[in-house]
Write a protein that binds this ligand. Structure first.
Ligand code: NAD
Ligand code: DAU
Length: 350
């Protein structure tokens, strides 16, 4: 039986990855390590609680003593590392939290894996999940490929870029069998409502202003989260050691166009007259250092490993809206408490 450690499994993408691995690989023993920060929510994995090949471990990836002990006790065969501080706006408010978790935490995990595997790399793999934001910002044309030079602009993307460099350094220096992926914007169930799509759905449902930064001209390339989890599965098993794979939706949207599409879906779902929800759109002060456009060339992954996105965006958005409207309890619970304080300082106080 293979033992796989997945970090950040109680978060948005991690919960979909954990579910996929626990369900599809009964011969693997899946360990989900998560510190349960504001973004971690075990409710995302309630259905797995009694699965015999699933273990939850509460712990912080920056805690070197704890992580070393865990690796030495469990002798993992593989690591899929997703734990991170993930929200750009929070990184602008508190950059050092991002350095700690994203840079230091990744280095602690790499080092624990190196010590536990003792250069016996046979059957071992360290998979680092990263973001397209490390490549910086595109103009009107062009796509990010795996060879695009790094040019991060936010403390979040700078910390992810640094973590990517550490992972590659462990491959080049120690021979650790690593693989990396850099993905575009995800959307879908369990997405914390500080990010654009779930925040907009939440505010639209509650007749609250829907904040659009600047003029809404920024472009993002959206991918349904289950398609990302499937890409991670494919790359973990079949990706070539030392390689990076870009993952994207071939699906670019200007923020303002995406918000209008969501408004029309919400009008229909909530039996509102056409155009009613779009009255909530409110242009607010732009994000500092706001990247104009991200767009991924995912052809390496498609040509080498046969992965492609499976869902059309309109269908994925419908599914996402349906999920949020039928999981009001989840939404209400995660938007109470600490999240309210963040919302006040991000949108109300400035
Ligand atoms: P998320 O914020 O929803 O979840 C992060 C998880 O990590 C949470 O469960 C949190 O509790 C846990 N965590 C945070 N700090 C920790 C620590 N110090 N120790 C242990 N656990 C800790 O994030 P997400 O959107 O699911 O992103 C997951 C990964 O995918 C991140 O590495 C992110 O950079 C990357 N990524 C995200 C997107 C996206 O669109 N969301 C796109 C590309 C890449
Ligand atoms: O590209 C991958 C990245 O996508 C991931 O690495 C990050 O973890 C993830 O958070 C996401 O980053 P973005 O900054 O692109 O996502 P966010 O949902 O915060 O914002 C999407 C776009 O919408 C961006 O141009 C900023 C804008 N925006 C966002 C919020 C929260 C608004 O206009 N209003 C808002 O209230």
């Amino acid at each position: 039986m293979k033992k796989i450690l997945i970090t950040g499994g109680a978060g948005f993408i991690g919960s979909h990855v954990v579910r996929r691995f626990v369900t599809n690989y009964p011969n693997y023993s899946i360990y989900n390590l998560d510190a349960l920060t504001y973004a971690g929510n075990l409710e995302n994995l309630k259905d797995l609680e009694n699965s015999s090949n699933y273990t939850f471990v509460k712990g912080d990836i920056t805690d070197e003593t704890f992580i070393n002990a865990l690796f030495s006790k469990e002798q993992f065969d593989g690591v899929i590392h997703l734990a991170a501080e993930s929200h750009v706006d929070r990184s602008i408010m508190d950059p050092l939290a991002f350095v700690r978790t994203n840079v230091m935490g990744t280095a602690v995990l790499l080092n624990a894996a190196r010590q536990s595997w003792k250069a016996n790399w046979e059957g071992k793999r360290f998979y680092h999940v990263s973001t397209d934001e490390v490549y910086g910002s595109l103009g009107e044309t062009g796509l990010f490929t795996e060879d695009t030079p790094y040019d991060p602009h936010s403390p979040y993307s700078a910390s992810k870029a640094a973590s990517d460099h550490f992972v590659r350094a462990y491959h080049d220096t120690y021979g650790m069998p690593v693989v990396l992926s850099n993905c575009s914007n995800n959307y879908g169930p369990n997405h914390f409502p500080e990010k654009l799509i779930p925040l907009a759905i939440f505010n639209m449902r509650n007749n609250k202003p829907v904040p659009v930064y600047g003029t809404g001209e920024n472009v993002r390339d959206w991918l349904f989260v289950e398609d990302h989890a499937r890409a991670i599965d494919t790359i973990f098993h079949n990706g070539r050691v030392g390689q990076t794979y870009n993952i994207g939706g071939f699906n670019e949207w200007k923020n303002i166009d995406l918000i209008h599409l969501l408004c029309s879906i919400m009008d229909r779902k909530l039996n509102r007259t056409e155009g009613e929800t779009s009255k909530l759109i409110t242009f607010v002060k732009d994000r500092a250092g706001h990247d104009l456009r991200y767009a991924i060339d995912a052809n390496k992954l498609k040509n080498e490993l046969g992965w492609e996105p499976s869902l059309q965006f309109e269908e994925g958005l419908e599914r996402t809206v349906d999920w949020y409207l039928t999981n009001e309890e989840w939404l209400n619970r995660v938007t109470s408490g600490a999240y309210q304080n963040y919302y006040e300082s991000q949108y109300v106080a400035r």
